[in-house]
Design a protein. Structure first.
Length: 423
């Protein structure tokens, strides 16, 4: 029987994403408290929500290069320490400017997370296990909102918004300590058995020290490749909707004449449903079908495109003021997008040329973060002083249609991009 040390790495990465999203979602929960403290409007709040993504996006392309050069281990340690400091800084903020600065620092600290995770999964897992391994950390992003919103909301209600940010700082620092002592690349893990190393390497994982020192494909070459562009467009569309829900969903349900406690509970429902579809459909089902011999491209493309099409259910929330009906349509939308997400995150390690997974992951996440910047700001303008979200949901539907076209016409067959010399 093959040892399962690699799954310890998947769980560790999942916990990191869980903590990441505790840090990200706490601002959306604190909307009313920050308005009372600093007197901010919806438009200003939209910019505040997106501040984290400014520095996060700016670092995605260089972060991919750094990850391919220095590895997940070194970059991950520095990153986890920085994001814990950022949460404490937000708790101590004296005004909008200092709070904005703390969110920029959080973006710097969390910038390597998803490109690093994609690279780590590519090193630790054979192709036939990558969708489920990816879903472990990707589902954590949804689960964090499902449990984080009520948890952080409860702390905020009873102890104030500053303590809610301090709590995420403590949790973040504990994760830094865990990552520091646990994570190793497979080539450096002395406890990785010979049998498991052979198993993951034979399955297509890149575990050799020699490959880790190769220069990889140039960044410009990858930026102009149509497969990378198609994946970036499609995943960027997913992330636009993801950040609309992540940053504005509590405010949306509050606009349906609900108090903070009820809006928090309604917000958690779509996220918990998304957690299930992420793990069961985008993770377990995809790997199960591939192992049974179904064509890998067909399976992954079907879930990728089908899940994104289901994301269009967000348009159903445009036509109701009933929170139960709205929660239903948003759950279908987020459930479909969540099923597609781990497939999307497994693709950089499947299409990247040798030792270029970090760069491809960085390019994809750069596109994601452009969406993460635009979505909260545009939603703030769409909602305006009347808190009307119909236009925001309509815009999300249009963005999803563009993403579907990127998957269908540019990404195409999921296979490695040719090496630059061969191209």
């Amino acid at each position: 029987m093959i040892p399962r040390r690699r799954w310890r790495i998947a769980v560790l990465l999942g916990i990191g994403v869980l903590v990441n999203y505790f840090d990200r979602v706490n601002v959306s929960v604190a909307h009313e408290a920050l308005h009372a403290e600093f007197g901010i409007s919806n438009v200003v709040f939209g910019y505040l929500l997106s501040a984290y993504s400014w520095s996060y996006a700016a670092l995605q392309l260089p972060m991919g290069v750094l990850l391919d050069r220095f590895g997940v281990h070194a970059i991950g340690r520095i990153a986890a320490f920085l994001w814990s400091v950022a949460s404490f800084a937000a708790a101590a903020a004296t005004g909008v400017r200092s709070f904005f600065g703390a969110r920029l620092l959080l973006g710097i600290g969390e910038a390597p997370t998803f490109p690093a995770n994609a690279k780590a999964i590519g090193m630790w897992f054979p192709r036939k296990e990558r969708s489920f391994a990816t879903s472990v950390f990707d589902a954590a992003a949804k689960f964090a909102s499902g449990i984080g919103v009520p948890l952080i909301g409860t702390v905020l209600i009873y102890f104030g918004w500053r303590l809610s940010f301090a709590l995420t700082g403590v949790i973040s620092f504990l994760y830094f300590a865990a990552f520091y002592f646990i994570y190793r690349d497979p080539k450096d893990d002395v406890q990785l058995s010979r049998a498991e190393r052979h198993y993951i390497e034979e399955g297509g994982a890149n575990v050799s020290a020699r490959a880790a020192k190769a220069p990889g494909a140039p960044l410009v070459y990858l930026l102009t490749n149509k497969k990378v562009i198609g994946l970036t467009l499609g995943f960027g569309a997913y992330n636009y909707c993801f950040y609309l829900f992540l940053t504005w969903l509590p405010s949306y349900f509050s606009a349906l004449h609900m108090n903070l406690q009820h809006s928090i509970l309604f917000t958690s429902v779509p996220w918990l449903f998304g957690t299930l579809t992420d793990l069961l459909v985008g993770g377990w089902m995809v790997d199960a079908l591939v192992r049974r011999g179904y064509r890998e491209t067909l399976v992954r493309q079907s879930v990728l495109v089908g899940g994104t099409v289901l994301g269009l259910a967000v348009a159903g929330a445009m036509f109701t003021r009933n929170p139960i009906v709205a929660a239903f349509w948003i759950s279908i939308s987020l459930g479909g997008l969540s099923a597609a997400a781990p497939v999307g995150w497994s693709i950089p390690s499947l299409i990247a040329p040798r030792n270029s997974v970090g760069k491809v992951g960085g390019i994809v996440n750069f596109g994601n973060q452009i969406s993460a910047i635009v979505a909260p700001i545009m939603t703030g303008y769409f909602a305006g002083p009347t808190n009307s979200f119909s236009r925001a949901f309509a815009a999300a539907s249009v963005v999803l249609l563009i993403g579907i076209a990127g998957y269908l016409f540019l990404l195409g067959k999921i296979e490695p991009v040719p090496e630059p010399a061969a191209a």
